[in-house]
Design a protein. Structure first.
Ligand code: GDP
Length: 314
């Protein structure tokens, strides 16, 4: 069964997916502990598969104690997702620590090469090579630079964006000479003057609305603390404006209870998703990460590859 006739660059299909009872887990929910991860071996296999079909994918079962369960309707199905996919159960095709189902477009997920391209102060100045791109955005201190460096396996690539004068820029990094990672200014920095904060909001929103090769925004949310109002506002704006978005929960290694709310990352994550759900027609993709343990790094890259490859083919 295939999802067809989806509009171009629209990654939140209102699923006309009919999930037959055979595909549904008995309880209609899939324990997170049963979700599968894609091993490095599988990544290599995927890379060697030129037609981007997921073949012979090695899946390793996650043995951790379940933290929470995700119902099928809260999963994210990329466009053209083959829901039945032969004998492989749906639960074996969900990226570890996420609600993201792998599609046949998942593929080249390794970063071989990463280089800083340029800083732009407005959308028109951004590179015009038409390469597909993903923008990382989040509140100051959310862990954006750490995640960017972890994705490209470098310690200092993202430091360029921290230099004085570069903080209000759209910073482009070219990956494998074929796509861009874009570092956008952090928002919600309390020390910034009001006019500067307004300017940031204006030009990043202009970028989101007017950048044709923006495949998806990756909105970073700190899962070690309770939802912040400014994050909810940002997520709702993206949802209401139908900007393709993936929520990246950061700092998921911070497991100890904090005096500030005292909740675990999984609980903060669930609270956040509950608070924003009314702004989305269907569940947006989300993924748990840590730049300390590198949790979620390979999974983000695989998710980016499936979004990118779909975008390139349509
Ligand atoms: P940015 O302002 O969004 O670029 O955030 P940074 O990447 O500079 O990180 C802000 C702070 O959070 C730094 O002290 C990092 O060491 C810390 N940090 C970033 N990512 C993680 C993470 O995944 N886990 C933990 N425990 N700390 C993190």
């Amino acid at each position: 069964m295939f999802v067809t006739h989806l509009p171009k660059i629209f990654f939140y299909p209102k699923p006309k997916i009919i999930i037959t009872s055979a595909l549904l887990p008995k309880s209609k929910t899939t324990p997170l502990s049963h979700f599968s991860s894609v091993t490095s071996a599988a990544n290599t296999l995927l890379q060697q598969t030129p037609d981007l079909q997921i073949k012979n994918l090695e899946i390793e079962r996650v043995q951790e104690k379940p933290h929470f369960e995700i119902s099928v309707e809260k999963l994210f199905f990329p466009p053209d997702t083959d829901v039945s996919s032969g004998s492989r159960p749906l639960s074996s095709r969900i990226l570890k620590g996420s609600n993201i189902v792998l599609s046949k477009y998942a593929g080249d997920a390794q970063v071989e090469q990463a280089e800083f391209v340029k800083s732009s102060v407005e959308t028109e100045e951004c590179p015009s090579d038409g390469l597909p791109e993903f923008a990382l955005v989040g509140r100051s201190n959310v862990g954006k630079s750490s995640l960017l460096n972890s994705l490209v396996r470098r310690k200092k690539l993202a430091l360029t964006s921290k230099k004085p004068g570069k903080t209000q820029c759209i910073n482009h990094f070219r990956i494998n000479n074929s796509w861009h990672l874009v570092d956008l200014p952090g928002y919600g920095y309390a020390a910034a003057p009001h006019e500067v904060r307004t300017d940031w909001a204006k030009f990043t929103k202009d970028y989101f609305l007017n950048r044709p090769n923006l495949v998806s925004v990756f909105l970073l949310i700190d899962a070690s603390i309770p939802a912040k109002r400014i994050d909810l506002e940002y997520a709702s704006w993206l949802g209401e404006n139908k900007i393709p978005m993936t929520i990246v929960f950061t700092k998921c290694d911070k497991r100890k209870k904090k005096k500030n709310g005292g909740k675990r990352p999984e609980e903060n994550l669930q609270d956040f998703l509950e608070l924003i759900k009314k702004f989305f027609q269907t569940a947006p993709p989300w993924i748990m990460t840590s730049s300390v343990t590198n949790q979620g790094r390979d999974e983000i890259l695989l998710h980016m590859s499936q979004l990118r490859n779909y975008w390139l083919k349509h």
